[in-house]
Design a protein around this ligand. Structure first.
Ligand SMILES: [Zn+2]
Ligand SMILES: [Zn+2]
Length: 420
């Protein structure tokens, strides 16, 4: 996947520009030295060495995925640089230019190996390696016992200071999840906050009171809204009456809290996607993929987490499933999530914002990426009228959308990124 346009040549793209608050119908954007040098409308368009005419198509900022486990046959927990690159290349073909590889539950050595692999890829990164790693999402293993979902139960535990300090010291972890009711959760949140992480509560049966304590310790986000989280009935089962506020009410009531939806159309019905967007607004709701290794792979059986020890699940070609248990994360990338939100009635600029600027702001990258703005990295996606990805640029370099045929990483990868 070699870049086809050198990033140093001035590049001018004519298209509809998707800004955070509106779409400029006849816009242009100039790239110089890998950054957005200028942008505007039809009048006074500058000259450039490379000109791309894309009338009617949408030029959007590259997508940013805060919660993603793998793709194209690879799970980040496979723990090799090759697996990390394979997944990152698959997501880049779908328009994701900044990615946060996400751990599952697992043994400390498996999590450490995943961090080492991501660190190695980040160190020597070029656009040929796929989406740029913004940081690692330390997601498992600190989940509530009754909310493990499709993750391995054996790899779950309460936070242990010596263990997580080792991960945080790597400097790679930028998002840190823990269930708020676990012993040691507040200490974990404070340590993760001090390390500059977006601190999040997930796979949890936390009550309002536990969420309020977590908030005081720096927690500001909840993973995949409505999935593996507490509700009023689940807390009634835990504590009896009077019925209590859950994670759901806390997120909706507290303006500083953000959350995310798996907008694949399989996890949440359109009315729930619309509801989450209306309640939190585009500046506090992120689209995530939560994609597993079955992205761009044929239906079949795969492992969620490490290739040797992960839990088996099935992909039916639309979503991951553990038969008899429930959903096992998505097999879609962020371009699909944007299309699903638009189909659910969300304006395009807000759907794109939730897949770019909002996640960038939540992890402190808002000045660098996430919108078409002068000075930001020229990480760009060109979408056609049906919102299918037609071209992707990273640092102004165009990348090939063709997938190399691979074997040895789970199932054979399909020829090209899925089109729907
Ligand atoms: Zn999860
Ligand atoms: Zn996940």
């Amino acid at each position: 996947m070699a870049p086809t346009i050198p990033p140093r040549l001035p590049l001018l793209i004519h298209a509809r520009l998707v800004l955070p608050d509106r779409v400029l119908p006849e816009g242009w954007l100039l790239v110089e030295e890998g950054r957005v040098a200028a942008l505007g409308t039809r009048i006074r368009k500058p000259k450039a060495a490379v000109v791309i005419e894309a009338p009617g198509k949408y030029l959007a900022p590259g997508f940013i995925d805060l919660h993603v486990h793998g793709g194209a046959g690879a799970d980040y927990m496979d723990g090799t640089p090759e697996a990390v690159r394979t997944a990152n290349r698959a997501h880049l073909r779908h328009g994701t230019t900044t990615i946060f590889p996400t751990t599952t539950t697992g043994a400390p050595a498996e999590i450490a190996r995943m961090l080492t692999a991501c660190g190695a890829v980040r160190e020597s990164w070029t656009p040929a390696d796929g989406a740029r790693i913004g940081g690692v999402h330390l997601y498992g293993p600190y989940f509530a016992e009754d909310k493990v979902g499709c993750h391995s139960k054996a790899g779950r535990r309460a936070p242990e200071v010596a263990e997580y300090q080792q991960y945080l010291r790597s400097g790679l972890v930028k998002i840190a999840t823990c269930a708020a009711e676990l012993p040691g959760a507040e200490k974990f949140y404070r340590a993760a906050r001090a390390a500059g992480c977006l601190v999040t509560c997930g796979h949890s049966n936390a009550s309002w009171t536990e969420m309020a304590r977590a908030f005081a310790a720096g927690m500001r986000h909840v993973d995949h809204f409505w999935c593996a989280m507490s509700s009023v009935p689940s807390l009634r089962a835990r504590w009896g009456t009077p019925m209590q506020g859950s994670m759901e009410q806390f997120v909706l009531a507290e303006p500083e809290m953000s959350t995310e939806v798996i907008a694949d159309g399989e996890h949440l019905a359109p009315e729930l996607l619309r509801f989450a967007w209306k309640m939190k607004g585009a500046s506090r709701l992120c689209l995530v993929t939560d994609a597993n290794r079955a992205l761009d792979c044929p239906p079949g059986r795969y492992r969620f987490g490490p290739q040797e020890s992960g839990e088996w699940f099935e992909s039916n070609g639309r979503v991951g499933l553990v038969p008899g248990v429930g959903l096992a994360s998505s097999i879609r990338a962020l371009d699909h999530m944007v299309r699903t939100m638009v189909r659910a009635g969300v304006p395009l600029e807000e759907a794109v914002r939730m897949a770019s600027l909002t996640p960038a702001e939540r992890v402190g990258l808002g000045a660098e990426v996430g919108s078409l703005e002068k000075g930001k990295r020229a990480d760009l996606v060109l979408l056609d009228e049906r919102l299918q990805v037609r071209q992707v640029w990273v640092d102004g370099a165009a990348v090939s959308l063709k997938a190399a045929r691979r074997s040895g990483l789970g199932k054979q990868v399909l020829g090209e990124a899925e089109r729907d």
